[in-house]
Design a protein around this ligand. Structure first.
Ligand code: AMP
Ligand code: ZN
Length: 112
């Protein structure tokens, strides 16, 4: 398996763990775009949001739940942003589904 996020999940590439449960793993982004920048990934390899199947709906809920739990643990009471880049036009660069949790500064809209 050449997927870097699968390797992070299994521990063969190091990462700074932030949160984990039976279905997902969250770790610090290597190149943070905000004071808090956490990536939340399913343990199971799914290439992108564009590849999810009907059987993945509970897992998708778990990923959002993890984002909210991490935001609470980081005291982001003033707000934060959760982003999923999907496919080339979405700006996805790692082909393993992941949520970005960004916080600790004010965000602008629209994104680039
Ligand atoms: P995306 O562009 O949405 O696919 O996001 C990929 C994210 O993965 C980027 O924010 C990268 O900084 C991050 N990233 C890539 N490799 C690593 C790594 N080994 N550890 C932590 N974050 C990484
Ligand atoms: Zn993967």
């Amino acid at each position: 398996m050449s997927c870097i996020f699968c390797k992070i999940v299994e521990g063969s590439i190091p990462s700074i763990a932030v949160y984990q449960n039976e279905c997902c793993y969250a770790f610090a982004d290597l190149n943070p775009k905000a004071p808090v920048h956490v990536l939340i990934v399913p343990r199971k390899h799914i290439g992108s949001l564009g590849e999810v199947e009907v059987g993945d709906t509970a897992l998708l809920g778990q990923l959002l739940w993890a984002a909210a739990e991490i935001a609470r643990s980081k005291q982001l009471e003033n707000g934060y942003r959760v982003v999923i880049n999907s496919g080339p036009d979405g700006g996805q660069t790692v082909d393993h589904l992941h949520l970005h949790l960004l916080g600790g500064r004010s965000m602008t809209w629209p994104p680039g």
